[in-house]
Design a protein around this ligand. Structure first.
Ligand code: CA
Length: 257
């Protein structure tokens, strides 16, 4: 756990001057320029987390495990295997076999698919249009491994995303909270960390992005308290994607030239 601001820079002062900014506003003296925005997907672009959390709870219960929905939000971003083993170690002192992990994950996916398809997060398309109009690169960095991911994104967010600028479960060895997915995003986009921002909704996603050295905007679209995100070092915090989109002009003017 890290503090979000040094003790000589009380969070309140920043909050009064710039309501969404949590970090001291240093580091842009040289006129940082923004080239790209890296988006997490579930809970940021899609309102899919309630169904994921319910599906996790039900699937784990089928196998004798207790994974409350609220806890599922704390594990968001981990690989399925990692989530399962955290619970199995805690409850039975064991790691599940690869075979059994596949089995549990299959049940979880089946429950998830029982729910209506997740809808785009309100405000997300509006924000993407603003970024695109500014000529910014837009990347997806997700732990999701659905094969039809790009088709679905293109359906809901036409002409925004491309295959070359996506990092999915198939691209990385280590999932979030490891920085690997975000580092790979930087690599795919030919980007340096200081040219980018990340948009994340999950504590472990914020941890991964910060470990990759990238300015991280947390949008608290779920049931967790704000401190679950700020404790991981989020640099800015918004209560929703709509609020972030509404504030985009003042936000980017504050941070970048
Ligand atoms: Ca997420």
């Amino acid at each position: 756990m890290r503090p979000t601001a040094p003790s000589n820079s009380p969070k309140g002062e920043d909050l009064i001057a710039v309501p969404f900014m949590l970090s001291p506003l240093g580091g842009n003296e040289g006129g940082r320029s923004l080239r790209a925005v890296l988006f997490d997907m579930d809970g940021v672009l899609y309102d899919s987390m309630p169904s994921h959390a319910k599906a996790w709870h039900r699937a784990m219960a089928d196998f004798g495990y207790d994974l409350p929905e609220q806890e599922a939000y704390m594990h968001e971003g981990r690989t399925g295997a990692s989530t399962i083993n955290i619970v199995s170690r805690r409850q039975r002192g064991i790691e599940e076999s690869e075979e059994r992990i596949q089995e549990i994950y299959k049940v979880k996916s089946a429950y998830f698919n029982e729910y209506p398809p997740a809808q785009p997060m309100p405000g997300a398309l509006e924000l993407l249009h603003k970024l695109k109009a500014q000529g910014l690169k837009i990347l997806i960095v997700t732990g999701s491994g659905q094969l039809s991911l790009l088709d679905r994104l293109n359906h809901h967010f036409p002409d925004i995303f491309c295959r070359e600028l996506m990092v999915t479960a198939y691209d990385v060895k280590r999932g979030k909270p490891d920085p690997e997915p975000y580092l790979m995003g930087l690599q795919k986009g030919g980007l340096r960390p200081e040219e980018c921002i990340v948009v994340e909704n999950a504590p472990l996603g914020v941890r991964a992005a910060k470990a990759a050295g990238i300015f991280t905007v947390a949008v608290n679209t779920g049931p967790l308290p704000d401190h679950a995100l700020t404790d991981e070092g989020a640099d800015a915090l918004f209560p929703s994607m709509q609020a972030f989109s509404d504030a985009w002009e003042s936000f980017s003017a504050t941070l970048f030239r």
